[in-house]
Design a protein around this ligand. Structure first.
Ligand code: NCD
Length: 318
């Protein structure tokens, strides 16, 4: 396997967000992930870099893909992995997150992967933790590995990210996936358009450097990539639009609207999909969809992140 380029070594203890990473850091992770993707295609998929290390999946919010993906990524790198379920833990008995983490560190946890409903929770842990902290989604703030796996998938298909038109459609306001995608894509040179109902796609996002439009045809017509997002009901304290039916009628991706989408545009979604709401099922399963490839690539990206934060050198990946 060809070694990944080492323009700049990784020198961060944690992965908390993509906002604070530069284009070189992002490219280093994507290049390292490419080496790990090749490993995942081998008959024997386990490699030794994290042998003897303990990785704890601390998920205080529901997750299917991200938790399983991190668990498998750590196992493929030969780490010992503990899955911590908030429901069955002392967090339910009033223990603070800080005390829980200090107890985990007393067991010599090397890496703590945190998913939490509070924005900034992983940044808070990073202030006192000895372990490496990886953000697996904090409230509506960021979901860095999702932003990375989406960038990886786009780059793999299109050969580049710079100059591409990427449309993110749906609940932008409450979506951590949207924020991590926006940071990664803008730093890597893409043009990012945001679309959805005005209450969920406020003009303030223009300050990040995105185009905001509430006109679906305009958002879809020149897109090389269309990334669809679920309505984040669990984060909306007030109703942001009249009904789900109205959302689907105005912004759902259906067959008629696929006429506005370029035939070679990628259709993406971080999952979980709400079929028939933000996307019709046959489009999710159709030839332009790369939704399941995103899941495959997520494993390689998470292996790369675990490898780099624990001191792995990109040119030694694989
Ligand atoms: C997303 C999340 O949890 O932020 N899912 C994921 O990690 N793939 C998106 C969502 O829940 O809508």
């Amino acid at each position: 396997m060809s070694p990944a380029p080492t323009a700049q070594p990784w020198n961060r203890k944690h992965l908390l967000d993509l906002q604070s990473l530069g284009a070189e850091d992002l490219t280093l992770i994507l290049d390292t992930a490419r080496s790990f993707k090749a490993i995942n295609e081998r008959a024997i998929k386990r490699v030794p870099p994290l042998r003897g290390k303990t990785v704890i999946n601390l998920f205080v919010e529901p997750s299917t893909r991200t938790r399983i993906s991190f668990e498998l990524a750590a196992m493929r790198l030969s780490a010992d992995v503990i899955n911590f379920s908030a429901e069955a833990s002392s967090l339910k008995k009033g223990e603070t997150l800080r005390d829980t983490v200090r107890n985990l560190e007393s067991l010599n946890a090397d890496v703590i992967i945190l998913r939490h409903s509070a924005s900034g929770a992983p940044h808070y842990l990073a202030r006192f933790a000895r372990a490496h902290i990886i953000n697996a989604g904090d409230g509506a703030h960021e979901h860095p590995t999702q932003g990375l796996l989406d960038a990886f998938t786009i780059r793999e298909h299109k050969g580049r990210i710079a100059g591409l038109n990427v449309t993110i459609l749906g609940d932008i306001l409450f979506s951590r996936v949207a924020r991590s995608n926006i940071w990664a894509l803008l730093k890597l040179g893409a043009n990012v358009t945001l679309c959805g109902p005005p209450t969920l796609v406020p003009k303030v996002f223009e300050q990040m450097g995105c185009r905001v439009t509430w006109n679906l045809e305009e958002a879809l017509r020149d897109a090389d990539v269309v990334n669809l997002l679920r309505i984040q009901h669990e984060r909306q304290r007030v109703t942001m639009f009249p009904s789900l039916g109205e959302y689907t009628a105005l912004f759902g991706l259906n067959q008629a609207r696929m006429k506005w989408v370029k035939p070679d545009a990628l259709i993406m979604h971080p999952g979980p999909i709400n079929r028939g709401v933000e996307i019709e099922g046959h489009i999710a399963d159709g030839p332009q969809s790369v939704i399941l490839e995103q899941v495959t690539n997520g494993l390689a990206v998470r292996m790369a992140v675990l490898f780099l934060v624990t001191g792995g050198r990109a040119d030694e990946a694989g």
